[in-house]
Design a binder for this molecule. Structure first.
Ligand code: AQP
Length: 336
């Protein structure tokens, strides 16, 4: 069924309840590729432990993230949906690629710099080599296209550099992947509390984040409290980061352009605008929440999806890993 199809790969960390940023920047795009491409959508739990996690929470969130994938429209019959740590080839290729990635390259990664500041007491080696494991995730499946939010652009660039370097030594082992980043401003949704900062699911300030599973009244309250400015006009002007972020969200949810939004709210205040964004957001998320509640209660079904997905993913991953092992000079005896 999948032969000759080009490959799409993407992943989300189960490091918290997913946000509107994760949804609009990445997951909402995932189902678009299901017909035309062979799609791998992974819950990247190995990436999540680069920041200290409570083990019980991580386990629970892994199920929840998988349930959210399906609730957001990913059909397990048409996509390979699985958990990263269930396919050992990710970690194995990650190690090999570590040896083809330069210290200087990794030092330039802005996510490493940001997360090191945020987790100053735990700047571990995994946080530093995160992009190499991400390169392994992508390259294992000979991926052509990686739908991600704008914040992952730099990690895609380093993936392409690592693949190119490996290919230049050993021949055409890896397909060089392209990022798929939405051209609309929703490719980077900003914090509601600090609109110059990305909205992140691990943010300690709950008012900064809208989570996909937040109830309607909470969503409306969070948008009401969103930091804006002392002006009253809804328009995308310089210095109005908060309003531009809300316009980006509203635009992504309704399909309206900035000029259309400006026209809709001409003569109205920020209060009306924030209420409209909150209500629209809650309405878009409501059917996802209903479907999620049904799925997350069915652990047996989620485990079936995980197991089938891991089996399928491992088949393709092992082909690439075997080739890489041969190229670098590992012996071919059985492995345990
Ligand atoms: N604010 C955002 N706007 C648009 N896209 C976003 N993504 C994340 N935040 C935004 C995209 O969501 C996908 C999954 O991200 P991830 O969980 O793998 O890691 P992340 O980018 O580090 O996301 P978070 O929410 O900021 O997680 P934490 O707080 O754990 O670090 C990616 O495609 C990402 O681009």
């Amino acid at each position: 069924m999948y032969q000759d199809k080009k490959v799409v790969f993407s992943g989300v960390q189960p490091s918290g309840v997913l946000t509107l940023g994760n949804y609009l920047g990445a997951i909402r795009n995932f189902p678009k590729f299901s017909e035309e491409y062979r799609c791998y959508y992974c819950v990247v739990d190995e990436h999540a432990i680069t920041v200290r996690q409570n083990p019980a929470d991580l386990r629970r969130r892994t199920y929840e993230t998988l349930a959210l994938y399906i609730a957001c429209g990913l059909d397990p019959e048409k996509n390979v949906i699985y958990v990263q740590s269930h396919v050992s080839a990710h970690a194995e290729l990650g190690w090999i690629l570590d040896c083809y990635t330069m210290f200087g390259e990794l030092s330039r990664m802005t996510q490493f710099k940001d997360k090191s500041k945020k987790n100053a007491d735990n700047v571990n080696a995994g946080l530093f080599t995160y992009p190499t494991l991400m390169a392994a995730d992508i390259l294992l499946y000979q991926t052509e296209l990686v739908p991600v939010g704008d914040d992952q652009k730099q990690h895609l660039e380093i993936t392409r550099d690592i693949a190119g370097r490996f290919n230049s030594i050993y021949g055409d082992v890896f397909v060089i992947p392209e990022p798929f980043i939405s051209k609309t401003p929703s490719a980077r949704i900003m914090s509601l509390a600090e609109p110059t900062k990305k909205m992140s699911k691990s943010d300690e300030n709950e008012n900064a984040i809208v989570r996909i599973l937040d109830p309607k009244d909470v969503i409306i309250r969070k948008f009401k409290r969103a930091v804006t400015d002392s002006d009253t006009v809804v328009c995308a002007a310089e210095g109005k980061d908060g309003i531009i972020n809300l316009m980006s969200i509203y635009g992504a949810l309704t399909g309206k352009s900035f000029p259309e939004i400006e026209q809709e709210f001409a003569g109205k205040g920020y209060g009306d605008f924030k209420l409209a964004v909150g209500e629209t957001c809650a309405d878009v998320l409501a059917p996802i929440q209903t479907e999620y509640a049904r799925l997350v209660a069915d652990k047996k079904y989620l485990e079936e999806v995980m197991a089938n997905g891991a089996r399928e993913a491992a088949k393709s991953a092992m082909k690439t890993l075997s080739k890489v092992r041969r190229k670098v000079g590992f012996t071919d005896l059985p492995r345990y």
